[in-house]
Design a protein around this ligand. Structure first.
Ligand code: EPZ
Length: 430
């Protein structure tokens, strides 16, 4: 099993290129099968989740041509199977975007019901509510969601919960419904807007993405397009917080600063200097950082996917900080791992109290999920001594060339897959 091994203590300094947004790319790739024409998508992050979704799409007959690491050509005219294997949904929940794409284009789809994960139960009732509102029959049969419709008709629907996935999935299905659909209380994340822009580049008629109300005029067919994915705000935020934790000076390149406003605001609040350029943001962390309060919220609030990274940095800030996690019910588990490195924290329900400490000691810890894993790497970079991170497969799901990018900023980090490689690293850094 592969591990990261990190020798902490080096401030991260330099520039790092940010990849395309994983959570935009997953939905956009799925939507690519909604036309029989060729769709070319670039600036896709080369991460495991993307590769699994492309395999799932091949599995139903889509022609997928990997032009290069970051560019894919999709031709959906050969799609001949509307049932997505359980194996794929078990590997990545976002395979459920094929539900909205297949239902929109073919008026039928079968996808295994996704289970929960390490951060919460992750229900999909709002997705199903939206499909039913569009006129689809949706049943759960033997662990599978079976959705079909004679035709989909425009509807006016209010989401009970602000949900990124449900907003995107129902928007996709409504794109090819008859008539007009109005969706209210929708998610406004940049990747929701990116999916709407992608569908519009294929001839869809979607207005209002990024606001509280999305209006969709259904079209009969969609045509081919060429499209480039937006930069990943969470990857960018992760490197920005790594700069803060290691008292470094890092510039993230190829970003949209507007998408990073909530993240940048918290860094300024704790005492970092943040400088914005057209497509870059620089974070400098010199003196002592000070405590603050954070509450995760749907965009444009502070992103839940940055919460673990925030927890690590706040553990190194003077004073007592609090984090309230309002999106997921179980996203503080990383704090127990962090406590094994010397952090002092207490979780009570949706809130965590964090007492600033002088520093962390390296230890062996577990990456419990994608963002918790990245956060524990940040802790290792700031720690005194060596940290070993197990289960890094989670991190590789969402971060392209993570250890290489960290090394380019001065981090002493290696990916090892044997005791022998681990010992070689320990010898080299001792
Ligand atoms: C997306 O998950 C992201 N994943 C998550 O990123 C991210 O944390 C989340 O949005 C919030 O921003 C992808 O885009 C692939 P939600 P999603 O539906 O769509 C509840 C990462 O690290 N809910 O916005 O599943 C749900 O339980 C991942 O990249 C319902 O109750 O999140 C949660 O409490 C982790 N019913 C809240 O809404 C539903 O039908 C927000 O979830 C759907 C969701």
């Amino acid at each position: 099993m592969e591990q990261y091994v990190i020798k902490g203590g080096n401030p991260l300094v330099g520039e790092v290129e940010i990849a395309g947004a994983k959570n935009a790319a997953l939905a956009i790739l799925a939507a690519g099968i909604m036309t029989d024409d060729t769709v070319t998508i670039d600036n896709i992050p080369d991460v495991n989740d993307i590769n699994v979704l492309l395999e799932a799409m091949r599995g139903i007959g889509a022609n997928i041509h990997r032009v290069d690491r970051h560019t894919v050509e999709i031709k959906g005219n050969n799609v001949n199977d509307f049932s997505i294997d359980y194996d794929y949904i078990k590997k990545i929940r976002a395979s459920y975007y094929l539900l909205g794409a297949l239902l929109g284009k073919y008026k039928r789809a079968e996808v295994a019901l996704p289970g929960g994960c390490n951060i919460g139960s992750r229900p999909i009732d709002q997705h199903l509510k939206g499909f039913r509102a569009l006129g689809a029959e949706v049943e759960i049969e033997h662990g599978k969601i079976v959705a079909e419709a004679e035709k989909l008709r425009g509807t006016h629907m209010y989401f009970d919960v602000v949900s990124v996935g449900a907003t995107i999935n129902v928007m996709m299905a409504a794109t090819m419904a008859e008539g007009t659909t109005i969706l209210e209380n929708v998610a406004k994340e940049p990747h929701v807007v990116d999916v709407a822009n992608f569908l519009n580049s294929m001839g869809a008629n979607i207005r209002g993405a990024g606001t509280d109300v999305i209006k969709i005029k259904g079209v009969n067919r969609l045509h081919g397009t060429e499209y480039s994915i937006i930069p990943d705000q969470i990857e960018a935020g992760t490197f920005m917080f790594a700069a803060a934790a290691t008292r470094g000076d890092v510039t993230v390149l190829n970003v949209i600063p507007k998408h990073l406003e909530a993240t940048a605001a918290k860094l300024v609040e704790i005492g970092c200097e943040v400088e914005e350029f057209d497509d870059a943001v620089r974070v400098v962390s010199k003196g002592n950082l000070k405590h603050t309060q954070v509450k995760t919220l749907p965009y444009p609030g502070f992103p839940t996917d940055m919460q673990p990274q925030m927890g690590v940095v706040l553990s190194l800030c003077e004073g007592t900080s609090t984090i309230t996690e309002s999106i997921f019910e179980n996203r503080f588990k990383y704090l127990s791992e962090l406590a094994r490195m010397g952090a002092v924290n207490k979780v009570e329900g949706h809130s965590a109290t964090i007492e600033g400490v002088k520093g962390f000691q390296g230890a062996r810890v577990n990456a419990l999920d994608l963002r918790a894993g990245a956060a524990l790497c940040i802790a290792g970079l700031a720690a005194e001594g060596v940290t070993i991170i197990d289960d890094i497969v989670y991190i590789q799901r969402g971060y392209e060339r993570f250890e290489e990018k960290m090394r380019s900023l001065g981090a002493v980090i290696e990916k090892v897959s044997s005791e022998r490689e681990l010992q070689k690293f320990m010898f080299r850094v001792s």
